[in-house]
Every structure is written in C-alpha cells, then in structure tokens.
Design a protein around this ligand. Sequence first.
Ligand SMILES: *[C@@H]1O[C@H](CO)[C@@H](O)[C@H](O)[C@H]1NC(C)=O
Ligand SMILES: *[C@@H]1O[C@H](CO)[C@@H](O)[C@H](O)[C@H]1NC(C)=O
Ligand SMILES: *[C@@H]1O[C@H](CO)[C@@H](O)[C@H](O)[C@H]1NC(C)=O
Ligand SMILES: *[C@@H]1O[C@H](CO)[C@@H](O)[C@H](O)[C@H]1NC(C)=O
Ligand SMILES: *[C@@H]1O[C@H](CO)[C@@H](O)[C@H](O)[C@H]1NC(C)=O
Length: 601
Amino acid sequence: MLPPRLVRSLIFLEVITIFALDTSAASTGSSLPEDPVYPSINGFYQRYSQYPEYCSTPQHMENRRIPPLQNNPSPEIGDTRLIHVTAVIRHGARTPWSADMYCWDGYWEDQETGVWDCNLTTFMAQSMMTGGNQEMHQPTCLFEKRYDALLFPQDQLTNELNGTCQMGQLLYQGYEQQLQNGKILREAYGYHKGEFSHDERMRLIDLSLQDYVPWHQDHLHFRADDDQRTVMSGQVLLRSLFQVELVQVYQTTNQYPVIPLHIADRDRDILDANDRACPRLKQIQDQATQSQEYQDFDNSPTSQEVRRYMFDRLKMSNQSRNSILDCLMCTICTDRPLPEAINDYDGSNDNWFARLAEYDIQTYTKLMKYNDSEYAKLALGPLWYEIMRNINPLVVGPSNGHDEEQVKIKAPKFALFSGHDTTIMPLLASLGTRLWNDTDWVPYATLMTIEIHELIDRQSDAKVYTSNFAFRLLYNGKVLTSLVEGCPENADLCDIVHFQSKVNPIATRNTDCSVPDDPTKGSASAGFWSLESSEGMALLATLVIGSCLCGSLLTLLMLNKRFSRYSGRSKVDNNSAWTIDDDDDCGLELPEGDFQDEPAK
Ligand SMILES: *[C@@H]1O[C@H](CO)[C@@H](O)[C@H](O)[C@H]1NC(C)=O
Ligand SMILES: *[C@@H]1O[C@H](CO)[C@@H](O)[C@H](O)[C@H]1NC(C)=O
Ligand SMILES: *[C@@H]1O[C@H](CO)[C@@H](O)[C@H](O)[C@H]1NC(C)=O
Ligand SMILES: *[C@@H]1O[C@H](CO)[C@@H](O)[C@H](O)[C@H]1NC(C)=O
Ligand SMILES: *[C@@H]1O[C@H](CO)[C@@H](O)[C@H](O)[C@H]1NC(C)=O
C-alpha cells in the first residue's frame, strides 16, 4: 500500500530532460516549425582532418574507458573491494564563455564564428500544490527555456553571442560526451546483486534495485556549481549511468525519480579558484608572474615569436592573452572556420595552431604550479574538504586526522563533482609536481576518478600496504597513481596514507586567504567591485547589460514517500519553502564571463 504523498515545500525543479533529447526525437518532433532539431552526432567533426584531444571527439572518448585492475600486481596485493569512487568531471563542449573574448580580427563580426545558435535547451518543472490541502502532485508539465527573445541584431537587441546560445552553454557535442562518461562509469562500477560476471573487485554501484535505488542520497552525492554547462553535464552523465533503472522505477511507480543536486551561489562557490572570495589567490598570481621562472618563459624566443605572430598575422591584441586557447578550441571543435594563418593543425605540436595553444596554456599552468602549487592548494582546499568528507569516514585508521563531526557523516559510495578545467588541473597539481604537465590542458568532458579500495585479507605486501586501504587515481582512462610521491612505480593501487598525506593538510573549509602586506596594492582591493583596472570597468558594464539571467533553483526537495520502500529510510524532511523574489533577481548576478574556464588576466 502506498501512503499518500505529502508536500511540505514549494518546489522548483529544473530537470534536464532527457527523453526529448533522445536521438529518436529528431524524427518524432512536433509539427511546430520552430521546434529545435537535434542533429546527428555523425554530422560533427567533419571539416578538419585532425582534432586536438581537447575536443573529445567520439574517437577520443572511446579511448577513455576505465581500465581493469591489474591481475598480478607487483608489489603483491591480496583480495580487494571497491568501497568508494569520487568522480570529478569537466563539463562537455560549450560555446565561448564570454563575448568579451578577444579573438582574431573579425571573429565576432563573421557570421560563421560570431553567431552561436543552440538547440539544446533546459527543461524545467515546477511542482504544484493544490489549494489549502497539503497534497502534492508531481509536476504536470515541463517548461522549455528557449533563449530566443532577443534576436534583433539590426536594433542591437541580441544575446551576448548574437544567437540563441547562452554564454558558456553546453553544446550538443558536450551532451554526447557526458552520455559516454555515464556509460564508462556504468561499465566500470555498475553491477547486479547476485550476478558475478563483473570483476568482483570493481563492484560499487548496485543496479539491481533490490534493496535501494542507486541514486538515493546514501549512495550518491551529486555536486555542481551553478553554471548551465556544469549542471547539465552532471545531469546527462547521471541519466546515462542510471538510464535503465530510472526508466524501470518510473514505470513501476509512475513517478519521476528525484536526484538531489547540491549547489551554491555561483559567486561564492569553490569548485574552482575563487579569487573574489579569496584575495590571497590574486597575490600569489602576481608573485608568480614576477618570478624568474615565469619571466624566463614569457621572454623566451618562442613566446616572443608566438606573440608577434598573433599581433602581426591575426591582428590579435594584448588583451587576447588568456582567450587564445578558447578562441582556437571553440572554433575547431565545432567545425567553424579558422583563419588561414592558424589553419595548420596536423596532430603534432609543430604548427602555429598548437604553438599558440601551448603558449596560452602555460600562462595558466605556470602560475598554478608556482611555489609547489601554492595557488592550486589554496584555491582547491575547500573542494578537497568536500571530497574528503566522503572518503575519510570510510578509511578509519591512524592517519585519519579529521574531527569527529566528519566521521559521523555517512559517506556515499559514489560522488560526482561537475566542474571545470580549472577544477581538475589544480586538483591534480596539488597532489604533486608530476601530476600535471605545463603544456597540457583538460579536454572537454574529462573524467578524473579517485577509487578507494579496501584490502580485505592479509595477503598484501605489508611493507608497501601499511593500512587496509588503497587508492587508484585515474584521468581520462590513464592510471596516474604511481605519479603520486611515495607510490610504487607502475602500481595501480597505492596505500591511502600517501594520498591522505598530500590532501589532508590542504583539505580545509577554513583557508587562510588573508593578504600579507603587499607593498604594491592596498589590501582593500580584494573584491570584484573594487577592481580598479579598465578591464574591471568593462566587466562591470557587461554585468549590468548582460546578466539578468534569473538564477533558478536547481535542486529540489521532494517528499515522496514511495521511495522509502527502496531505501528503508525516510527521506530528509525539509520544511523550508523556497521563494523566488522576482524583483531582485537581476543586476547583481555576476556575468558568466567572470567565471571563465580560464584564469582571469
Ligand atoms: C536548430 O534547429 C533549427 C530548426 O528549428 C535548424 O534549422 C538548425 O540547423 C538547428 N541548429 C543546430 C545548431 O542544430
Ligand atoms: C555580434 O555582436 C557584436 C556585438 O555584441 C557585434 O559587434 C557583431 O557584429 C555581431 N556579429 C554578428 C555576426 O552579428
Ligand atoms: C603588448 O604589451 C607589451 C607589454 O606587456 C608591450 O610591450 C607591447 O607593445 C604590447 N603590444 C601591443 C600590440 O599592444
Ligand atoms: C610558498 O608557499 C608557502 C606556503 O605553501 C609560503 O609559506 C611561502 O611564503 C611561499 N613562498 C614564496 C616565495 O612565495
Ligand atoms: C607528461 O608528459 C609526459 C611526456 O609526454 C607523459 O609521459 C606523462 O604521462 C605526462 N603526464 C601527465 C600527468 O599527463
């Protein structure tokens, strides 16, 4: 017998659905002529003979499966059991993050590069409360957000990107990439209770629906920051990971399954470096820029030659620094035309396309890695704290230096963090000097996973495996474990103490962001609003013009007692009503451009 469903909260949910986007939808679309058309993935990646790894084409994605555990490892390991996985992804392919990106001469004026139309839309659902009685219904309809209200270029009434795309919006290519990531995770970690075809050591996510739903919050923690591209990327990945089971539960209960998404105000968030919240980060960047090492790079013949080429051949300006990579990749990865001068990418590093990209990449990575990755460690400390909150409670041992509050938290088996390139690079760099190369960048839809394995017998090499837990670190299908200092060469699994000794000291909610006396600047210049530079003023202007995107509430707390029969537990009861203040949602929201995937300046 199913108990009546009750509502105690006014709910907004923003779902990315899903069924409308199945490839089959293209042919079964409604008869309205303006309805979006979802192109076939086979139509992408046609113009160029080679695509950089950055693009994450289907061929690239194919090579990023999670490899099986080694069978006869050395040093020796006995039986193991996977107890937790944290996956950190970069969102999939997207539009330019800002219309303030300075690309080559004519980029924004050209119809082919300067206009971005998107047919991939976000669907929202709103819960309904009927009258005074407390009965709740599932949403009875979905709303589709179409960014098509400002399409009058002759009157200067346009979106930032001149078409129907949002800045930094997830593209259809990116959607496909996250579907792949979902499959990769399912293949690696999913299993059915009672079936033994799957490597027993790698069984993490029980898909049998016998005892619980795998997306119940005791088993899954889903976190993103409040960008359209990261939210949708995570949603698409999870939908792909749990596709079969979601449909099954829907068909059984006639209710949409609900997956909570944990999120925060974008301008306070810590999924990547936030120098508005942490002024010290700016200072580290300044110090790094002035360092001998950086100056040597910046003044090297190669750097000078690249800059001359940009200025002379592409008519780029000094302002283009830190946009170049994005200009190149947004263009090549979507089959838009590159200018002749850089249309020479051949898969190697020996061409102007790659030289420009590598130059721009190093202007970021060298700062991030300066002084033993001081920037990366400070910036990502709070995120490491969130990650370790799910890991440390499982790994009880002498090296667990964390407070009691943490240990009490029941840790989910699987955690998904949906962020940016500037999430993943500093996470890896903060684990040691060998984990990130200066000239590498994080491709779209990158999948980084931290696996936690329990050693369940005493058969492992006791000199190497001193605790009962080990980790495996993966990045786009490559095992990086042995690059972490203290870990055995070529080993898959490394004792957790080597991971904790790097991460626990920096994983903290309470970062020291104070600016020790900086002779060049007043310490009050921390906030965004007090930026003095002309670029600051330009940002301010964009902000007022451009960013009345009403923030929407993404997560939803739906009390649906039907699910308690899967979990055996009642769900969290949240009585608070969400209210949206219609008058106040414009103006102070920061522009997307301020949350670029790349470092500011
Ligand atoms: C979007 O849909 C329209 C039809 O409404 C179609 O003409 C167009 O090619 C589609 N654009 C993209 C980028 O898929
Ligand atoms: C796109 O918008 C910018 C202003 O935001 C304008 O300068 C440019 O000409 C537009 N490009 C096209 C192709 O409409
Ligand atoms: C770019 O900036 C450098 C100083 O950082 C300056 O020497 C150079 O003249 C500038 N180039 C252009 C084209 O503005
Ligand atoms: C390097 O970073 C440490 C903190 O990790 C800091 O105490 C030290 O002052 C930094 N050194 C320089 C030269 O900035
Ligand atoms: C860094 O580059 C070297 C040489 O190309 C490569 O073997 C290594 O895997 C790279 N490191 C990472 C973390 O990708």
